[in-house]
Design a protein around this ligand. Structure first.
Ligand code: SAH
Length: 323
């Protein structure tokens, strides 16, 4: 018997070490080059707001194929060369398989297993669809108390749990995003002490609500999350309210969560996509405009995906978070 978070950690470590996750799902940077370009320029604006320190860490957590960072670097080299000269690229990735894919695109990067080993100093951190892969715990309301979900032989087993300060009806599941919350709190503490800003983009509701959001994707279709660990990508909704609370408690300024569509539109998603489309044949131009809509339309990725910024309290409100 294994607690759900231990099961999820083990299953995802095995999955990312042995599979090409992009055969099972696609992500924003794989849909449009503009996504990474805008995030790179967002980081450059934070660097300028910090007073343009001569050395800065540009880090990404869970870089996948390295596409986001490659697009970001291309944009900042062209638009903000002083930032490109000041930054060192650090990637937090625990899959040896994906590290090799990333190294082909980002030969000068420095890899880490966890954020804890990043060197000290001002930090600009990007993380897209990283927190949703981190292990969660699930509790079930039972009578006057709570049970916690464990996994044994491909099924849930409930064990008595200590009281939880959450409201739910009998039999309802409540998720605790423990690993993501700890990680965001550690980033917030570091940023409050040493300067910088972090941008977390992921899917989940803006306010915490009961419900079981654990899901598995295998070959692009929903699968049983408890069957055959390591064969499917396990994810859960990110609890943005809990993350924002933890980051504030750690001393950082928090902006958002804001719907991804609004954030990207404010940063110029449609203008940049339009500029790329203008030099293309009509069919290619139409496909490009479709990618921008896919990222930003409320019924596609624009509303479910949220953006949360965790900043040094001395920084102004970051781009995208004001009108
Ligand atoms: N950000 C990318 C990839 C998302 S997939 C994109 O948008 O396309 C999740 C990524 O996080 C993968 O690179 C995976 O190997 C990495 N990852 C998952 N859990 C991790 C952990 N605990 N520590 C470090 N990296 C992890």
């Amino acid at each position: 018997m294994e607690r759900l978070d231990a099961f999820m950690a083990r299953a995802n470590a095995a999955y990312y070490a042995t599979h090409d996750p992009f055969a099972d799902f696609t992500t924003a940077p794989e849909i449009s080059q503009v996504f990474g370009e805008l995030l790179g320029l967002w980081a450059a604006m934070q660097w300028q707001a910090m007073g343009a320190p001569p050395q800065v860490i540009l880090a990404e957590a869970g870089p996948g194929r390295g596409t986001l960072m490659a697009d970001a670097l291309r944009a900042v080299r062209r638009m903000v060369p002083d930032f490109a000269a000041a930054l060192t690229v650090h990637l937090v990735e625990n899959s040896p398989r994906l590290r090799a894919v990333q190294a082909a695109k980002l030969p000068d990067a420095i890899w880490h297993d966890t954020l804890a080993t990043l060197p000290p100093g001002p930090l600009l951190l990007l993380a897209n669809e990283f927190l949703d892969a981190l292990p969660i715990r699930q509790f079930v309301r039972r009578g006057a108390g709570w049970a916690e979900r464990y996994v044994a032989h491909g099924a849930f087993v409930e064990q008595p749990a200590t009281p939880l300060a959450r409201t739910a009806r009998e039999g309802e599941v409540v998720e605790v995003d423990a690993a993501a919350t700890d990680l965001v709190a550690a980033v917030a503490q570091r940023i409050a002490a040493e300067g910088g800003a972090a941008l977390f983009i992921d899917y989940g509701p803006a306010t915490s609500a009961p419900g079981d959001s654990l899901q598995a994707l295998r070959g692009g279709t929903q699968a049983d999350p408890l069957a055959d660990p390591g064969s499917a990508d396990l994810t859960a909704h990110v609890d943005f309210a809990a993350l924002a609370h933890a980051a504030r408690a750690a001393g950082a300024a928090v902006h958002g969560p804001l719907p991804q569509g609004i954030f990207l539109a404010r940063l110029g998603l449609f203008q940049r996509t339009g500029a790329l489309a203008r030099t293309q044949q009509p069919a290619v131009a139409a496909r490009l405009l479709d990618t921008a809509k896919r990222l930003a339309e409320p019924d596609q990725m624009g509303r479910l995906f949220k953006v949360l910024a965790v900043c040094h309290p001395g920084l102004p409100i970051p781009a995208g978070f004001f009108e």
